[in-house]
Write a protein that binds this ligand. Structure first.
Ligand code: T3D
Length: 262
């Protein structure tokens, strides 16, 4: 049978494609194992400078494969805490902590954990026909894969509560209007545009982008004062990178000339 996860590296971009289209790329144990292995390989691969995550077929990801969760009456309940501890949480941590930009191309419906995996990426593009569903409440669960942390920060508490407690389908366009994602793209242009964006990011100062990511992530838990201290520390590191030292005179000149209209 076909691999549940497709993985290529080209032009500094690691492309991961969830590939269980018959079940809308839902996560079974095999896909979890492949994701874990591949995210580790991506982190270790010195030539990778951006990651692009997408799905095959008409969906992006429907979250947990519920056919692995059939609970017969009277049977012992599965330990979902263990599922998060051993599978989802390590995946989300690995994805979020990658020291380079992650782009998600949401090609179709993103439901349950699938929605929150997408939202854990740095830049989220979605096909116009895609949608996001915090489906958990319909089966008695709460948003996981970081959703209860990510959602209020992206869309505010009122919308986070509505999404999480109602489980309604949010269109890609509404998600863009709410600032939950970066951009909606026409369906037929999605993969090209996402790849172009990921390739562009892979040519940019990777260490600087990693520091941006660190600072923005830390801001969620810091006071303004703490964040100023963090910016000082990280800017010190950024100022020592070859990218800064080689890059600033010509790009500064071209920027200032452009802004003077010459
Ligand atoms: O358990 C733990 O470890 C805890 C962690 C939980 C994390 C979670 O993600 S919990 C939330 C799980 N996901 C869901 O509740 C979403 C379930 N799916 C849906 O609600 C709908 O499929 C969608 C709204 C996403 C899409 O609807 P639609 O009408 O476009 O497609 P469909 O017909 O429902 O699905 C197409 C096929 O995919 C279908 O199979 P079939 O009939 O063609 O053979 C359907 O059964 C299958 N499928 C969809 N989602 C899942 C799935 N199969 C297994 N697991 C799924 N989650």
């Amino acid at each position: 049978s076909e691999a549940p996860l497709l993985y290529t590296v080209e032009d500094g971009v690691a492309r991961l494609t969830l590939n269980r289209p018959d079940s809308l790329n839902s996560f079974n144990a095999e896909l979890h194992a492949e994701m874990r292995r591949t995210l580790e390989a991506v982190r270790q691969n010195g030539s990778v400078r951006a990651l692009l995550l997408t799905g095959s077929g008409r969906g992006f990801c429907a979250g947990q494969d519920l056919s692995d969760r059939n609970v017969a009456p009277g049977a012992e309940a599965p330990d979902l805490g263990e599922s998060l501890e051993k599978r989802y949480n390590p995946m989300l941590r690995a994805l979020r902590d990658l020291p380079f930009p992650t782009v998600c191309a949401v090609n179709g419906v993103a439901a349950g954990a699938g929605a929150n995996i997408a939202l854990a990426c740095d830049i989220v593009l979605a096909a116009r026909s895609a949608s996001f569903i915090q489906a958990f409440c319909k089966i008695g669960l709460l948003p996981d894969s970081g959703g209860t942390w990510t959602l209020p920060r992206l869309v505010g508490m009122a919308r986070a509560k509505g999404l999480a407690m109602l489980g309604d389908r949010l269109s890609a366009e509404q998600a863009e209007q709410w600032g939950m994602i970066w951009k909606v793209v026409d369906d037929e242009a999605l993969q090209d545009e996402a790849l172009t964006l990921a390739r562009h990011l892979a040519t940019q100062p990777t260490r600087g982008l990693a520091l941006i990511k660190r600072a923005l992530h830390a801001s969620a838990d810091n006071s303004f004062d703490q964040q100023l201290d963090l910016e000082r520390d990280l800017q010190r590191l950024a100022g020592r990178t070859a990218d800064y030292r080689e890059g600033w005179p010509p790009s500064w000149k071209s920027v200032s000339q452009a802004s003077r209209g010459s």
